[in-house]
Write a protein that binds this ligand. Structure first.
Ligand SMILES: *Cc1c(COP(=O)(O)O)cnc(C)c1O
Length: 401
């Protein structure tokens, strides 16, 4: 069997490993900043990109390369560049693909720092961004301008689990010569492979599920060999937001268990979502694998499971539904937990819980929050790998019986 035909479980464990002359079984950690050359001519050839081989760990390192090759294999991409964080992956992608005067269309409910990057930083370099609903392809088409170069989308969205139909967005982007970039942080390649659905580039915060155990920061850009080698690598080489070899080594170990972790995260999240949906003190539950999800059919087509994130709206005490009553009920539920961690992070073996209206989405205006559907009663849970019965009991501990 050719390694192109290996399943994702096999690729997660095996892809990218290149054994050194020591014959080590596990991936080696090359904690070195530079590499030596046999002679001056070899140094000259490597510096000029005329001979293969490592030069300096800002732009190439064997441990980082192993992580890049493994993630590229999982995403089904030709090439990958690892970066110091998810945000530096998004920055590297934008700096490589865009120039002053270009226009970006972005889904409205992307990660908060992504919005800051587009609105406060790239805007200063003459790059303009329009926000549209992830789930409405016609809004993307309507936002197109002659200067549009890039579509940026997260699916499912955070925290309400709206899905973007990646095939439909690709069908709009491609004829317009627009690069479709997907932040695949929530699903990982185990649940969703955007490149196979027509996307051009996948970006990752490896800090989340790829590590999966809350240890290191990292990021990655996956795409065509031309985009990665000729556009992103020169940016990384000159600007330097590189992944540390140590972090790459931790992430390599994370990838080996990614398929089984994503499967269990998804099973736990669905089991908990179903039980929350039946709870009398909960008004609504958001998870793509629930039949009640308005885009459930799309989720089934586009993803292989629902993922770790479950959001739900609690009811106010005594039927009250004003914002103060909803916030009090949500905070009481969060404060009553004893097992899950009150933190905004996600993609960890440990379940985390957060109140989006006053944390991740606390700095946007109340009107913008309402338009995004983020109420004071909303709670977001990133379901971990603890026993789902224990997690569920903890989540409903603070809800009136
Ligand atoms: C966390 C996150 C990022 C940013 O990643 P960092 O590694 O924290 O820089 C980007 N996109 C999504 C969807 C995220 O959850």
């Amino acid at each position: 069997m050719d390694d192109q035909d290996w399943s994702i479980d096999t690729l997660a464990v095996r892809a990218g490993t290149e054994r050194s002359h020591f014959g080590e079984h596990s991936d080696a950690l090359f904690l070195t900043s530079s590499f030596v050359f046999a002679n001056a001519a070899e140094a000259a050839a490597r510096f000029a990109n005329q001979a293969p081989g490592n030069v300096y760990s800002r732009f190439s390192n064997p441990t980082v390369s192993a992580f890049q090759d493994r993630l590229a294999a999982l995403e089904g991409g030709e090439a990958c560049i690892a970066t110091a964080s998810g945000m530096s992956a998004i920055l590297a992608c934008c700096m490589s693909a865009l120039r002053a005067g270009d226009h970006v269309v972005c889904s409205a409910s992307v990660f908060g720092s992504t919005v800051q990057l587009f609105n406060n930083i790239l805007s200063r370099f003459g790059i303009e961004t329009t926000y549209v609903a992830a789930a409405e392809p016609e809004q993307w088409r309507a936002a197109l301008k002659p200067s549009t170069r890039l579509f940026f989308v997260e699916t499912p969205s955070n925290p309400l689990m709206d899905l973007a139909d990646l095939g439909a967005l690709a069908a709009i982007a491609k004829p317009a010569g627009v690069l479709l970039v997907v932040d695949n942080c929530f699903c990982t390649p185990v649940l969703q492979r955007p490149l196979a659905l027509g996307a051009d580039v996948v970006v990752h915060s490896a800090t989340k599920h790829l590590d999966g155990q809350g240890r290191v920061m990292g990021g990655a850009v996956v795409g065509s060999k031309h985009f990665i080698d000729d556009q992103v690598l020169p940016f990384l080489r000159s600007a330097g937001p590189s992944l540390s070899p140590f972090n790459a080594w931790v992430l390599l170990k994370g990838l080996e268990t990614l398929p089984i972790r994503m499967q269990r995260h998804s099973e736990n999240a669905l089991a908990i979502a179903r039980r929350l949906e039946a709870h009398p003190r909960i008004a609504r539950v958001y998870h793509p694998w629930l039949a009640s999800h308005p885009q459930h059919a799309l989720a089934r087509r586009q993803q292989s499971a629902g993922g770790a994130i479950v959001s739900f709206e609690v009811k106010g005490a005594d039927g009250a539904s004003d914002p103060a009553a909803l916030r009090a009920a949500a905070w009481a539920a969060i404060d009553a937990t004893r097992l899950v961690s009150i933190t905004a992070n996600l993609g960890d073996t440990r379940t985390t819980i957060t109140h989006p209206a006053t944390t991740t989405h606390g700095r946007i205006t109340p009107e913008a929050r309402a338009a995004a559907g983020i109420t004071e009663g909303l709670i977001r849970v990133a379901v971990g790998l603890e026993n789902p019965d224990d997690i569920y009991a903890d989540l409903v501990r603070g809800l009136p019986a």
